[in-house]
Design a protein around this ligand. Structure first.
Ligand code: EPZ
Length: 422
């Protein structure tokens, strides 16, 4: 396992390119399995989760080539001969559960391991399973595996309301319905850009989906889907993460390139309240920090609200704001494993139910801290960038799941991060 040794504090000055979106790429890879011919996906990031999902897809016999230097992936479903996603891979990455929808959509059957929990608690898939059953898919649970199959040769579909709205369940049910359900309506569907992009790719393949971009999706079965060439979106969470990193140190001045600002939803509205100079110009976002950052309390919401995936990073930023603030997560009620680690660096955070209260401005001192999950890890890296002295961030494999070349991008703009074996 690797760790990062970070010397701080360092201002960040220069340009950071944004990579393709992890959470949008995974559903596009799954959708490729529904085509009768190969699909080519562009802007696919070199991330651990992408490689893991690639292994899950290759297990079925599908052809998969990842031209890493060009961030281009070609998936050929013609050679699929197995409809199973094994436990030892699914437990590594929850989104592997998308194989349920992809394999039911393609072959009318699937045997997929239930995903494990994750660093911050159980993450159920009950909505996925109830949605498939409502669609008319037979769902059986056996020794930790979910078997999906079509008993009668017709899948009538129906109306299924998600409660709560779920990104993964929306994605899985769309994948399962496009080639199978006579007519399936998903109410309170997730509207995240990851869902919109998947629907656009499926429409290009020939799928019949109405309501794309709204919280009500109507899918009507089509007999055939064709492979396509399709481009992934830039990563909106990576974009938000680097915008926050650029605000941390008063002397930082950063330009983010290759962004898709419209995918940030209401995040820029909260960001502007910091009092940091922010300019959005096409695909570029320019940030120049200031001496005093305003405390800004946020509450996470489903899209287009403040993303839960930026909650930990925002808490780190608020340690440098002049005054008290509060971060509340309404999506996950216990996603605060980073708090004790940030406090080891000298922050002053306290948790109360699904909120963390932050006292700013606190001078941070370098220390040894432990990464626990993807977004918590990056919030510790950001804190180390402004902490006085050396910080050791352990178990950075969490970061490698979701941030392409993080230390390279940050060192290119003035950070001092060494990756060493732990
Ligand atoms: C996706 O996870 C993202 N992962 C997560 O990003 C993100 O935090 C989450 O959406 C919320 O935006 C990927 O896209 C691969 P949900 P997902 O189903 O689909 C509950 C990251 O850091 N729920 O929208 O698993 C669930 O417990 C990751 O990149 C059920 O109760 O999230 C949660 O409270 C972390 N039953 C809420 O819904 C279900 O069957 C939202 O979860 C499914 C979900």
């Amino acid at each position: 396992m690797d760790k990062f040794i970070i010397q701080g504090p360092t201002p960040l000055k220069g340009t950071i390119p944004i990579s393709g979106s992890k959470n949008a790429a995974l559903p596009l890879m799954a959708a490729s399995l529904l085509g009768d011919s190969p699909s080519t996906l562009n802007l696919i990031p070199r991330l651990k989760d992408i490689y893991t999902f690639g292994k899950v897809i290759s297990e079925t016999g599908a052809g998969l080539q990842f031209f890493e230097d060009e961030n281009r992936m070609v998936i050929d479903p013609a050679t699929i001969h197995s409809y199973e996603a094994p436990y030892d891979l699914v437990r590594q990455m929850r989104a592997s559960f998308y194989m349920m929808g992809a394999l039911i959509g393609r072959a009318g059957e699937a045997k997929v391991s239930l995903p494990g929990g994750c660093a911050w608690g159980p993450r159920p898939v009950d909505l996925h399973l109830k949605g498939f059953e409502k669609m008319g898919i037979q769902i059986d649970l056996d020794q930790g595996y979910v078997h999906g199959s079509i008993k009668k040769n017709r899948v009538e579909g129906g109306v299924f309301k998600l409660n709560p709205s779920s990104v993964g369940a929306t994605i899985n049910l769309v994948l399962g319905a496009v080639k199978r359900a006579k007519k399936f309506i998903i109410e309170n569907a997730a509207m995240e850009p990851d869902v919109v992009l998947l629907c656009k790719m499926l429409q290009k393949m020939g799928a019949d989906i109405e309501g794309v971009g709204t919280d009500c999706l109507t899918i009507r079965k089509v007999e055939k889907l064709n492979g396509v060439t399709f481009s992934n979106d830039p990563d909106r969470i990576e974009t938000g993460t680097f915008m926050i990193a650029a605000a941390l140190h008063p002397d930082s001045e950063i330009t983010l390139t290759g962004c898709k600002p419209e995918d940030l939803g209401k995040f820029p509205k909260s960001f502007r309240k910091l009092g940091v100079e922010t300019r959005i110009d096409g695909k570029n976002i320019y940030i120049r920090s200031v001496k005093k950052i305003n405390p800004v309390s946020v509450t996470t919401k489903i899209y287009p609200g403040f993303p839960t995936d930026l909650q930990a990073q925002w808490a780190t930023l608020m340690t440098q704001a002049e005054g008290f603030s509060k971060v509340t997560d309404t999506i996950y009620f216990d996603r605060f494993s980073y708090v004790p680690e940030l406090n080891r660096l000298g922050a002053n955070l306290s948790i109360d139910k699904n909120s963390v209260s932050i006292k700013g401005k606190t001078a941070l001192q370098g220390a040894k801290v432990m990464s626990t999950d993807l977004r918590a890890s990056v919030s510790l890296v950001m804190a180390a960038l402004v902490a006085e002295g050396q910080s050791d961030i352990l178990r950075v494999y969490h970061l490698d799941r979701g941030y392409e070349q993080l230390e390279v991008k940050l060192n290119n703009v003035g950070a001092s991060i060494q990756r060493v074996p732990e």
